[in-house]
Write a protein that binds this ligand. Structure first.
Ligand code: GDP
Length: 453
């Protein structure tokens, strides 16, 4: 396999920048571009040791650097690895990379270091996938769920289900293949209880998926309300800085302003929409239409009302738009004298929160209500969590086949027939962990990674 190199730190100026080289010739490539102060060649160094020196190319010194040596198989990729930490200027790290590339390394593809780690058995596919989730995690819960997956929580659960299924499949196959030997057949009762356990375990994973996605991906949230109720002020209060234009002229927020924020243990992708009201202004009309669409697509709606005004026709339209939605009525401007008819709001919304966006009051209550509605407060990130649609599809397929196997047992079908479904279920679980994933699945997964990871 070729020796690959890439910049592993972010594409921005920073304190240090790391160029990672991995493969059979990692040490010799690094020795061609790095001169240690002590004069010792990196090839002579043991794993987990570092040398201070200079990086050079074409007889010219590029930078001072530290080279860290990892020896196969004790490295991220399982191969020999050298990480050159230089000063984190964009130009410098690019020049160091170029030096490695003109001295025997080839550019690493997206995710190729992690792909090699997977191919060399350093991690299973669920752990490899969680690496990207750790990098992109925007909330504490998301990071924790991803880290537990990297640690093997999901792998262990899937491997446990798969091992049970493999054991019963093998026992049944032996009984079918060697009828003369004294192999005990599994009783229907034993078989059913093993299958039921596997089915229940898979169902639990599948049922947790949506909540896991909320934690990992965040929630599309629309802030809606008629003009001037304080949507932009609320958005600004939540994001902590002024992005939407806040004025007291009705209809200023003409389009949709979007921002992701971390509130409590969940990330909300907020959209501050145009005020919903009757308008002849074409630009505003487009804004209003988009608001309706955005509300339809959102998983959470914050419907804002002005406490200092009586509810009017436009407010009623907002209430109508929230029907059958995961919506919270946010009564704003509680610092002013209350005129709003709370009874209508209470009748139409299960969750009502009183705030004053201007004086930043009520945010904790809003946070608690959001966690309650989404159910994220009690989500246990230490438990196995499916991290993406691919893993869900594998689990779902396994679940369907276990269900069919159970029906086959109940209908008194032959052990052979039952085994067909069990085999398919096991295969899907093996694809999930990567034990049996095809090259194209593996390539597809790692192509979504960033270069250098
Ligand atoms: P939007 O059209 O719904 O986005 O409303 P804005 O956020 O632009 O707010 C409209 C006006 O109401 C601005 O003058 C805000 O300063 C004011 N406002 C917003 N929130 C509050 C609040 O909690 N109390 C009071 N008194 N005024 C507020």
């Amino acid at each position: 396999m070729s020796t690959i190199a890439a910049i592993s730190t972010g594409q921005a100026a920073g304190g240090i920048g790391i160029v990672r080289i991995s493969g059979e010739n990692a040490l010799s490539v690094a020795d061609r571009i790095f001169e240690s102060v002590s004069g010792i060649k990196l090839e002579k160094l043991k794993g987990y040791t570092a040398a201070f020196g200079k990086v050079k190319a074409d007889g010219k010194y590029l930078d001072e650097a530290v080279a860290l040596v990892f020896r196969a198989p004790k490295s991220y990729t399982g191969e020999d690895v050298v990480e050159i930490s230089c000063h984190g200027g964009l130009l410098v790290t690019k020049q160091v990379l170029r030096a490695a590339l003109s001295n025997g390394a080839v550019p690493a593809e997206a995710g190729e270091f992690t792909k090699r780690a997977f191919l060399n058995g350093k991690m299973d596919l669920t752990a490899a996938e969680s690496v990207m989730n750790i990098i992109s995690a925007k909330s504490e819960q998301a990071r924790s769920a991803a880290l537990n997956t990297l640690d093997g929580a999901l792998y262990k659960k899937i491997a446990e289900i798969s091992a049970t299924l493999k054991r019963i499949a093998a026992q049944m196959a032996a009984w079918v293949d060697y009828p003369d030997d004294e192999i005990e057949d599994l009783s229907d009762g034993q078989l059913k209880s093993a299958l039921e356990q596997a089915k229940a375990d898979l169902k639990q994973l599948i049922d947790r998926f949506d909540m896991g996605q909320i934690i990992i991906e965040g929630v599309e949230t629309a802030i809606i309300g008629k003009p001037n109720v304080g949507k932009s002020t609320l958005m600004n209060m939540l994001t902590g800085y002024e992005k939407s234009i806040v004025t007291s002229v009705a209809g200023t927020t003409r389009d949709i302003v979007e921002e992701s924020i971390s509130l409590g243990n969940v990330v909300l992708h907020l959209a501050d929409t145009a005020g919903l009201h009757d308008t002849e202004d074409t630009v505003e009309k487009i804004g209003v239409d988009r608001t309706v669409k955005k509300t339809d697509r959102a998983s959470l709606v914050l419907a804002v009302f002005d406490a200092s005004l009586k509810l009017d026709k436009e407010d009623l339209k907002i209430i109508e738009l929230c029907r059958d939605k995961n919506a919270i009525a946010v009564i704003n401007k509680t610092d002013l004298k209350q005129e709003l008819d709370a009874e209508i709001i209470n009748k139409n919304f299960k969750n009502v929160v009183y705030i004053s966006a201007k004086s930043q009051q009520g945010i904790e209550e809003l946070e608690k209500t959001i966690e309650k509605i989404l159910g994220t407060a009690d989500f246990d990130t230490s438990q196995a969590t499916l991290m993406n649609e691919r893993q869900l599809a594998c689990c779902q397929e396994a679940y369907n086949n276990i269900s069919e196997a159970l029906t086959a047992v109940e209908n008194g079908l032959t052990r052979d027939a039952v085994n067909v479904n069990i085999d398919i279920a096991v295969e899907n679980l093996d694809i999930l962990t990567g034990e049996k994933a095809t090259e194209s699945i593996v390539n597809e997964i790692f192509s979504q990674f960033c270069v250098g990871k």
